[in-house]
Design a protein around this ligand. Structure first.
Ligand code: ADP
Length: 387
């Protein structure tokens, strides 16, 4: 409890852009997020007042951090499960808990749990040798998608292989106990969708409209809310699936369910789970009545959930990736962008620019999807390339 405000203290492990934007939402709730950052340059450390420094893999640092927090939550999924369990044994309240979080930390565990729950997943298998991969590929057909069970993000840790021999070519050695691999059938997807759902310890659930996520080179570049031309029955099925998974996995806080839409009557297949605010939900800051960041805070604080309704018929979020220098500084780019599109909402994360790195996002709201989409893409391009 913060005695100055009479409010509980929320600590977030990790100081990236998700913590930065959660801090922004915390301010409105009378809070100041307590952040465990790695360096003073971390996005959240640049803006939050209550920052401690330490590694998320260091149990002593986590213990010091958790002292005085009423609840601890996470900006990423990299805190080792045994540390979360040790803190829970100390009496720290952590959301999501270690058991739930495992399904977001390890793709093999996630696939296993989803299979047990009867959720729709691609055919998959743990791979311990080239022969096992060959047999799996012979069964489901090549190419096959191979994934590192742990540690991948933004498509790093995902390989599309045409033959079993390519496993060695991409530098993977299934006999190495440190790299656990899974193989999945390559889903012939129409497009990718995502659903955000929040769940509180009380068990209240609030689900957002289903969105379409557009990927390029394994990185999400655009999110369209609501997902255009999605039949209502399919949208409801996706929302129900997210609700059911949040409950079955005992998630507290935000759960993002990434889905593949498959052609014809094939319906939906779960790709991935994230148990935190997620890139596919950044549109909610302006595009929903309650942002995913506020919703995550409400959930971990066991407050009643906020309204998840859209604020406009069409909402598009475009990620800003570090681009070519182009000679024009970011300050000048902002001038040009705001002069030509006063309605574009910009979020920059305070990160050093590196090519391909997510350094911010823009959101545009409006009536007409094609128009909104053009404006969002244009705004992101201005910030990325200065043209
Ligand atoms: P990451 O955790 O790095 O984001 P994902 O497992 O989400 O990795 O995969 C990244 C991208 O690879 C997905 O967004 C999708 O475009 C593609 N992909 C992943 N799994 C499959 C699959 N089984 N079939 C077809 N495409 C896939």
């Amino acid at each position: 409890m913060d005695t100055r405000t009479g409010l509980p203290v929320v600590g977030m492990v990790g100081g990236g852009q998700l913590a930065r934007m959660t801090h922004q939402a915390a301010i409105a709730l009378g809070q100041s997020l307590r952040v465990l950052a790695r360096t003073p340059e971390d996005g959240a450390a640049l803006v939050a007042a209550d920052v401690q420094y330490g590694e998320h893999t260091d149990l002593a640092a986590l213990r010091t951090f958790a002292k005085g927090c009423d609840v601890v939550t996470f900006d990423h999924e990299q805190v080792p499960g045994e540390h979360i369990r040790a803190l829970a044994a100390d009496g720290v309240r952590l959301y999501p808990g270690a058991d739930a979080l495992r399904c977001a930390q390890d793709k093999a565990v996630m696939r296993q749990r989803l299979t047990e729950l009867g959720a729709p997943v691609p055919r998959w298998q743990r791979i311990g040798s080239v022969d096992e991969l060959a047999a799996f590929g012979a069964e489901v057909g090549w190419p096959v998608v191979v994934k590192a069970a742990r540690g991948g993000y933004d498509g790093r840790g995902v390989w599309l292989l045409d033959t079993p021999d390519e496993l060695a070519a991409v530098g993977l050695e299934p006999a190495d106990p440190a790299v656990e691999l899974i193989a999945e059938e390559r889903v012939k997807l129409v497009r990718e969708l995502a659903v955000q759902v929040a769940r509180s310890p009380f068990g209240q659930l609030a689900v957002y409209p289903v969105v379409e996520t557009v990927q390029r080179d394994g990185i999400c570049v655009e999110v369209l809310a609501p997902a255009p031309a999605l039949p209502q029955s399919r949208a409801l099925a996706a929302q129900q699936l997210a609700i059911d998974l949040a409950s079955a996995l005992d998630v507290v806080g935000l759960l993002a369910v990434e889905l593949f839409e498959v052609p014809g009557g094939g319906g939906l297949v779960v790709n991935e789970l994230a148990m935190r605010p997620h890139n596919s939900g950044h549109w909610t800051i302006e595009g929903a009545r309650t942002s995913q960041f506020e919703q995550h805070l409400r959930a971990v604080l066991d407050y009643p959930m906020g309204d998840t309704g859209l604020t406009a018929p069409a909402v598009v979020m475009a990620n800003v990736l570090g681009g070519a220098d182009g000679g024009m500084g970011i300050d000048e780019r902002l001038h040009h962008l705001f002069a030509t599109d006063p309605g574009a909402k910009v979020h920059l994360y305070g990160k050093q620019v590196r090519p391909g790195r997510k350094i911010g996002h823009v959101t545009v709201l409006g009536e007409d999807l094609a128009d909104v989409r053009n404006r969002a893409a244009r705004a992101a391009r201005w910030l990325q390339e200065g043209r």
